[in-house]
Design a protein around this ligand. Structure first.
Ligand SMILES: [Zn+2]
Length: 393
């Protein structure tokens, strides 16, 4: 069984050890050591990385009460090695993990809201709570957790027997038997935990809750501690500064300014739609006027209209005069509307089918009106083909 240095000395970053077993783990070289400072992924906390001599430790895994070190190159059994863990990564994990104890205890003490699970991500960490909470309660728990940080309380490691543990006010029933390792945040939280923690709460730096969402009948609380809290603040500061510059308002005026812009944009969209409809029917009236001299056949490629605009124009033509109509958009992919007035016998959907069979795209409709899109090819050729189909009617 590997002796775990971090159980009693989480601040140990360098150590000497002997390789007790060399093997392959999922095709990569791996070793067990007689003692290690490397933390293997467990209890919501990710693994340590670092080096054994000149070889990189790229993963650390819990295997049958041992810590398997997955390596960039093989080591032989019996070799003496000096290990070093990536301290920046580990200390960040210690800050997040101790912060989790303090924040979970604050939820528990203030609102009797139990922590169901904890996950530490690369940027953000989460605590899942059994019950829902208001934002006001969340802020109170955040205040309480940061008060404990400011008081720089001792975070002690204690080992107790199951009998002794049963007499102690543990925040959570221990998940395992045998000798228990307890993390004791002085006069605030007592939990059984195998993870790594800072020695005093002041080293957590700060605890921030950037987001809360409903989750499985309770809530999922996203939190950050220490250096991560600073990074989250900087990201927020940059996006707020950018938004404030773009909208020329003060930070606290941003939500109102965005709501006003959204309302204005909605009004504008409505006004534009009205203008477009009016323009489309004007265009329809103009083309209906020309239809008479063209024998009631209108084939046009029109700039600036989408499929709906083309349809409005086609309807305006066929409502006013006896005509068969094929309208195309100029922009690619080409949209098409085929229409006829009530007195004409043309099957608009058959014309559309003939066009899409030759130029691609798709669409559908009825005998008097069909529309489609996605045609590809030369517009002049498409218009010629449409004219031929319309005049053969
Ligand atoms: Zn812990």
């Amino acid at each position: 069984m590997t002796s775990r240095i971090y159980y009693t000395d989480p601040y140990c970053r360098r150590f000497d050890a002997v390789v007790t077993k060399a093997f392959a783990h999922e095709g990569r070289p791996a070793v067990l050591l007689d003692r290690t400072a490397f933390y293997p992924t467990s209890g919501g906390q990710p693994f340590d990385v670092g080096r054994l001599g000149t070889i990189d430790v790229i993963d650390a895994i819990e295997v049958d009460d041992d810590v398997a070190h997955v390596l960039s190159a093989p080591l032989t059994s019996g070799a003496a090695v000096s290990g070093e863990i990536d301290w920046a990564r580990r200390f960040d994990h210690m800050q997040q993990h101790t912060g989790q104890h303090v924040l979970s205890a604050a939820f528990d003490r203030l609102f009797d809201n139990r922590t169901v699970s904890f996950h530490m991500g690369a940027e953000l960490s989460t605590i899942d709570l059994a019950k829902e909470m208001t934002w006001e309660q969340m802020a109170r728990a955040e205040d309480e957790a940061n008060r404990i940080i400011c008081e720089n309380r001792e975070v002690a490691i204690r080992f107790v027997s199951p009998e002794e543990a049963s007499t102690l006010p543990l925040r959570k029933e221990p998940a395992r038997g045998g000798v228990l390792r307890l993390i004791d945040v002085k006069d605030f939280d007592l939990s059984a935990c195998g993870g790594t923690h800072v020695a005093r709460t002041g080293a957590i730096g700060a605890i921030l809750v950037p987001a809360v969402e409903k989750f499985k009948g309770g809530v999922r609380v996203t939190f950050v501690c220490g250096g991560r809290a600073l990074r989250v603040f900087r990201t927020l500061r940059e996006s707020v500064a950018g938004s404030v510059r773009a909208l020329s308002v003060l930070p606290h005026e941003l939500p109102g300014a965005i709501e006003r812009m959204q309302a204005e944009a909605k009004d504008l969209r409505r006004a534009i739609k009205k203008f477009q409809e009016s323009l489309a029917s004007q265009e329809g009236i103009r083309l209906a006027g020309e239809a008479g001299t063209a024998g009631g056949v209108v084939v046009e490629a029109l700039d600036g209209w989408d499929a709906n605009g083309l349809k409005t124009i086609a309807s305006a033509i066929t409502a006013r005069t006896s005509a068969v109509v094929a309208l195309f958009s100029i922009s690619s992919p080409i949209a098409v509307v085929i229409a006829r007035s009530a007195d004409r016998a043309l099957d608009a959907s058959a014309v559309l089918r003939a066009l899409t069979a030759r130029f691609g795209g798709r669409g559908g409709g009825r005998g008097e009106l069909a529309q489609g899109g996605g045609l590809a090819g030369s517009l002049a050729e498409i218009c010629d083909a449409a004219r031929e189909l319309l005049t053969s009617d």
